[in-house]
Design a protein around this ligand. Structure first.
Ligand SMILES: [Zn+2]
Length: 104
């Protein structure tokens, strides 16, 4: 549950630090990046608290994460890239705390 809370709180902090002048749009875009978790629907079971998302789900693969990093360097996609990278970092920290690994 704390992991889920972080998915809302960490982007809020980043938006507060970097995008204060247009925080509503920035926060909305960062929250929209959570659609990346729709790839969980392809897994069976859909939710498994002991499973590490990073390296398991299709949109949580390392080469996709590389793409998210590239998005951070393009001004028009930077907020989306940041949202996705924050998401992947939080998922990876969750892997570390639940399974002792950063990637499955
Ligand atoms: Zn995820």
């Amino acid at each position: 549950m704390f992991h889920l809370f972080l998915h809302f709180a960490v982007p809020a902090v980043v938006v507060g630090l970097l995008y204060r002048h247009r925080w509503q749009l920035a926060y909305l875009l960062m929250m929209a990046t959570m659609v990346v978790d729709l790839d969980h629907l392809l897994a069976n079971p859909i939710y498994d608290a002991s499973r590490c998302s990073i390296g398991f789900h299709p949109l949580h693969q390392p080469w996709f994460i590389s793409l998210y990093v590239i998005l951070c360097f393009i001004p028009k996609t930077r907020i989306i890239g940041l949202g996705l990278i924050i998401h992947m970092i939080l998922d990876s920290v969750d892997c570390q705390t639940t399974n002792g690994v950063w990637i499955s």
